[in-house]
Design a protein around this ligand. Structure first.
Ligand code: NOJ
Length: 555
């Protein structure tokens, strides 16, 4: 298979509102992202994905787009975007931007037209229905926030569909004019030079054409990686994931592939599907749909070796031959990984993310070990958090702490209050961590260098090893078929406990080979170094090189 840039890329996810504020309004902006490109280049990532910066009333912080081809003044201008894109490319960084096909803002011109003229051509760009025969919404579909997905228009009495807020009406992709208009949006950004898109809510663009009710879900079950409250009261059989989405993603892929060499511009897809064979269908039968459907499997997996092994194996088993898998540990929608696994394990979470085969998405701040921010009730901004505080996503969106010497930790140059409270991780701000070789930031940079340096971490080969309790161990090799211990193999060992663990037979050299050499460790303090060669310090993650041929015992 020809290697393309995204086959083993590390994509850094920037949440622009929270990255760096250069104009003193308390909200991050595009010039702020540009100013921090040297930081990202030093870190060693391959690409950025920018969450939405388009014109928007910000009811859902930019996922409610009112003009797809304008930059919201909060974030800057189109010229700022062009400068950012050029500068990123100058640093060798690719740029992916968010693409939100399922819905628009109700202030979008398309919806205003649809609303104003029920007989007009734009009406059918959205999903309108009469009330059900007994009155009330046309069916039982609910939003992510747990209430009805239908809102009734006073004028005319019809309902329109919205999978999220009432101010975010769903587009009707069954109308070919919608696809055409949204593909024009894609062309607009591709013509400017973006390297691709992160497709928001990829499964949602095709729903049951008969709009059948969703069946109830058994109580206490979540088909997601975390409990989503009211949303989990139904099985979402009919309001997403209809097979009619496949031709649309084939068309999108053809559009992307028509720019330059096929495979240069890509679609990364947000796919919250936890049935792995069903998830894998988003690659397309001939790998001709989404290049990289994201799997969110690790986010809902307990931090135990057996649970991680089971998830990773199930996902890798479902990936079609020739396809590339994409891993995430955190996002602007999820609890922070450092809080989920605990600060002592944050480095291991990074080690896992960056040593699994395929592509990784690194959410801004996770390289610092950012914990969930404490957001007092009066500072909650997330529309979901305003309804259900326990599900608020604000805690994962707190501003990047750049330096220790100002109340906003360098996020905003002025004395203005950042849009969300600032949190400093245990290892300190970026400036502190850059100066500290044992910080998570330094570890992440070293890991990214290790990832670039050897064939093993680029390859698809992964074999889990029989390991002592509490330890996750696997080898990585250039190809799935290459035998363990063959040239260039690496052994990855993660101690998920807070005790030192001897590695015993894992490190036993075969008669023909030399010993495994520790080429990377997360334990860089003097205490940890005392643990010795044949053991892992508490919470230590290490990478070992096969050296001159020593091999581990495989299960
Ligand atoms: C997924 C996005 O990641 C999330 O932040 C947003 O609320 C929904 N899609 C709606 O666009």
């Amino acid at each position: 298979m020809e290697r393309l840039w995204w086959h083993d890329a590390v994509i850094y996810h920037v949440y622009p509102r929270s990255f760096l504020d250069t104009d003193g309004d308390g909200v991050g902006d595009l010039p702020g992202v540009r100013r921090r490109l040297p930081y990202l280049a030093r870190l060693g990532v391959d690409a950025l994905w920018l969450s939405p910066f388009f014109a928007s009333p910000m009811a859902d912080f930019g996922y409610d787009v009112s003009d797809h081809t304008a930059v919201d003044p909060l974030f800057g201008s189109l010229a700022d975007f062009d400068e950012l894109l050029d500068a990123a490319h100058g640093h060798g960084l690719r740029v992916l931007i968010d693409y939100v096909p399922n819905h628009t803002s109700d202030r979008h011109r398309w919806f205003r037209d649809a609303r104003a003229d029920p007989a007009g051509p734009r009406r059918d760009w959205y999903v309108w229905r009469d009330p059900s025969p007994g009155g009330g919404p046309p069916n039982n579909w609910i939003t992510l926030f747990g209430d009805s997905a239908w809102t009734r228009e006073e004028a005319g009495g019809q309902y329109y569909l919205h999978s999220f807020l009432p101010s975010m009406p769903d587009l009707n992709w069954r109308n070919p004019a919608v696809q055409e208009a949204m593909f024009d949006v894609a062309r607009f950004w591709l013509d400017r030079g973006v390297d691709g898109f992160r497709v928001d809510c990829a499964p949602l663009i095709a729903k049951d054409p008969l709009l059948r009710d969703n069946p109830p879900a058994a109580t206490g079950t979540s088909a997601h990686h975390r409990d989503l409250g009211g949303f989990d009261s139904q099985l979402h059989l009919h309001d997403q994931g209809h097979p009619d989405l496949h031709p649309r993603y084939r068309d999108l892929r053809a559009l992307l592939d028509s720019y330059g060499e096929p495979g240069e511009r890509i679609a990364l897809g947000e796919v919250h599907e936890y049935d792995w064979p069903a998830w894998s269908r988003y690659f397309g039968r001939d790998l001709d749909e989404l290049n990289l459907p994201i799997n969110f499997g690790l986010l809902g997996t307990d931090w135990h070796p057996e649970a991680i092994r089971t998830t990773v194996r199930a996902i890798l088993d479902a990936v079609p031959a020739g396809a590339v898998v994409t891993w995430v540990m955190g996002s602007h929608d999820d609890p922070r990984v450092a809080s989920r696994v605990g600060p002592a394990q944050a480095a291991n979470a990074m080690l896992l993310l960056l040593t699994l085969p395929g592509t990784a998405i690194l959410y801004n701040g996770d390289e610092l070990g950012m914990p969930d921010a404490a957001v007092p009730p009066e500072r909650i901004r997330d529309p979901w958090g305003l309804r259900t505080p326990a599900l608020s996503r604000d805690h994962a969106r707190s501003p990047m702490p750049w330096s220790p010497d100002s109340p906003s930790c360098g996020f905003t140059a002025t004395g203005v209050e950042p849009w969300l409270p600032v949190t400093t991780p245990p290892g300190g701000t970026v400036r502190d961590q850059e100066a500290d070789p044992s910080s998570l930031l330094s570890l992440t940079r070293d890991l990214l260098a290790l990832r670039r340096a050897g064939a093993a971490l680029h390859g698809a080969g992964l074999a889990f090893l029989d390991s002592p309790p509490g330890v996750l161990a696997y080898t990585r090799s250039p190809g799935p078929g290459s035998p363990p211990g063959a040239g260039g193999d690496l052994l990855v060992t993660l101690n998920l406990t807070d005790r030192a663990v001897p590695l015993d037979h894992l490190l036993t050299p075969r008669p023909s080979g030399g010993p495994w050499r520790r080429v990377f460790t997360t334990a860089r303090t003097r205490d940890a170094a005392h643990t010795g060669q044949g053991a892992l310090a508490p919470a230590e993650g290490a990478v070992w090189s096969a050296g001159d041929g020593g091999g581990p015992h495989r299960t």
